[in-house]
Design a protein around this ligand. Structure first.
Ligand code: PLP
Length: 503
């Protein structure tokens, strides 16, 4: 059935894309998937592959969204795309592809909050708004409360996307002390009458678990429903987050073909700094839709659970959490891997449900070898550490004059260590270096003492590169949210915020 979504853990309940986006997570705790990616196909010819083509990012977005969320009419998609990818991006190409040594770099940080999450989170609020106005699932007057756990970048990007959007409110949870100064300031200074932010004592995994617990609290759900409020998510577990990310893989390939760098049927490889497995899963979906993608390389920092998983078939989260200089990837439970397991087991919901039960009960699961073989046919993986990441940042600056952030640095480090296979290679560059100025300065060999704005200014002085205006402006912004809660208080906090933000 075209455009139908169901849980990774059971295909019994079927909803359309609008309902999947409004609900965020399936009722059984699984993630929404659609089997359409298995038989839908990109129309490569319509992507505008000739030099001087006028077919642009927006047109690519319209094609991908029409394929993956067909519950939205073409007029609705056109409206959402035009409003998401307008003046809020500082580059007219949205995600420009630029040379990076002998390879390429896809610049995903030109949105309003300077991280790749903007590409999806400028779109998601539009999709929610339209679904609220038109979906059968949305009853009259229904409102949505968005809950978001963030490892640092999703929170601000979601706040910026949802601030003052009609009939919505948003509450963001971030791990206390585990995001950069600039990331924290971006969130706690967020303007808007419908926003709330709190620190949570614990790691990102603790925060994500607390949020998942709020979602599965049936009593809370019932009390909020009485007031016409539905909970949803802005994390990459939401279909509306994932689908817009497929677009830039398609667009990147088109940019290379148009520039005459690869042929119109030639495969390219992507290197993806990975945490929750959302970004790289979008690349997998692009490949399943027929984009000529060779390999997708999972690039991990010291939290290398996915690298071990690919090698052994055992996903084991029972390991020490390591705080790194790439905090948005400090994650031990990569939620979107569940979707890959679904697709590569040919939709075996029973298998996925039992693996996820193992993860919840034992902290690990083992994937059958036949599924692992298929995963390894597409995915490779590499790990790096903070020292090698700093070295990659320094090398990019000194050899190529390119300033990269520590997450991109993880990818650059893994890419440098991996044997080229003859295909063009694209590194996904996921954030502006000015979100992590103290660590970037240190990597460049500058003294360590600074933090926050002093570091931003020092980095600009040292390199002659201008910080994005949005980040520089934080110096004068007032702090609105300075609270912290324990994970156990998440349900009570959400209920109080629902009262405050959606009276
Ligand atoms: C979120 C994030 C990542 C990891 O992306 P996932 O979709 O969680 O794998 C990498 N780099 C930056 C800068 C991020 O904000």
């Amino acid at each position: 059935m075209a455009g139908r979504y169901h849980s990774t853990r059971g295909a019994g309940v079927v909803v359309d894309a609008k309902a999947a986006i409004l609900e965020g997570l399936a009722a059984d705790g699984g993630l929404f998937v659609s089997d359409d990616v298995l038989d839908a196909h990109l129309d490569l010819a319509a992507l505008g592959l000739e030099a001087n083509s006028e077919v642009d990012y927006l047109a690519h977005a319209r094609q991908v969204l029409s394929l993956l969320i067909p519950a939205y009419t073409s007029e609705e998609i056109e409206r959402a795309v035009a409003s998401a990818y307008g003046a809020s991006f500082s580059d007219p190409k949205i995600t420009p592809l630029t040379p990076f040594g002998c390879d390429w770099r896809l610049e995903l940080f030109h949105g309003p909050t300077c991280a790749f999450k903007d590409v999806a989170l400028q779109m998601l609020p539009r999709l929610v708004e339209i679904a609220l106005a038109t979906s059968d699932a949305a009853t009259a007057g229904e409102r949505v409360l968005i809950l978001t756990a963030t490892s640092g970048d999703t929170g601000k990007a979601a706040l910026a996307g949802f601030a003052d959007v009609d009939r919505t409110a948003i509450v963001v949870f971030y791990p206390e002390g585990l995001v950069s100064d600039v990331q924290r300031l971006q969130m706690v200074t967020q303007p808007g009458a419908n926003v709330g932010v709190t620190a949570v004592a614990g790691t990102f995994d603790d925060v994500q678990t607390a949020v998942k617990r709020v979602f599965s609290d049936r009593a809370l759900e019932a009390r909020l429903a009485e007031r016409g409020i539905t909970l949803s998510s802005a994390n990459s577990i939401n279909v509306g987050r994932l689908v817009p990310q497929v677009v830039y893989y398609v667009d990147a390939w088109c940019q290379l073909v148009r520039a005459g760098k690869v042929g119109a049927d030639e495969e390219i490889d992507f290197f993806v700094p990975t945490g929750n497995f959302g970004d790289i899963l979008a690349g997998y979906l692009a490949k399943r839709l027929g984009l000529p993608v060779g390999r997708l390389c999972i690039c991990s920092n010291a939290n290398d659970v996915l690298v071990d998983f690919l090698a052994t078939g055992v996903y084991d989260r029972r390991r020490e959490f390591k705080k790194s200089i790439s905090p948005s990837m400090d994650i031990l439970v990569s939620s979107n891997l569940e979707r890959l397991l679904y697709y590569e087991s040919d939709g075996d919901c029973e298998l996925v449900a039992s693996l996820m039960a193992d993860l919840a009960e034992k902290g690990c699961y083992t994937v059958p070898e036949r599924v692992m073989e298929r995963i390894r046919a597409t995915f490779t993986a590499g790990r790096t550490d903070d020292d090698a990441t700093r070295a990659a940042i320094k090398r990019a600056w000194e050899e190529d004059g390119i300033l990269i952030d520590p997450h991109t640095g993880v990818g650059a480090s893994v890419m440098a260590a991996s044997e080229p296979e003859g295909r063009s290679r694209v590194l996904l560059s996921t954030a502006s270096p000015f979100k992590f100025p103290a660590d970037v300065l240190l990597a460049l060999g500058a003294p360590e003492e600074r933090s926050g704005f002093a570091a931003m200014e020092a980095l600009a002085r040292l390199t002659g590169v201008e910080p994005p205006a949005e980040l520089a402006a934080l110096a004068d912004a007032a702090v609105r949210f300075d609270g912290a809660i324990a994970p156990a208080d998440a349900v009570a906090f959400v209920e109080a915020e629902a009262e405050r933000l959606l009276p």
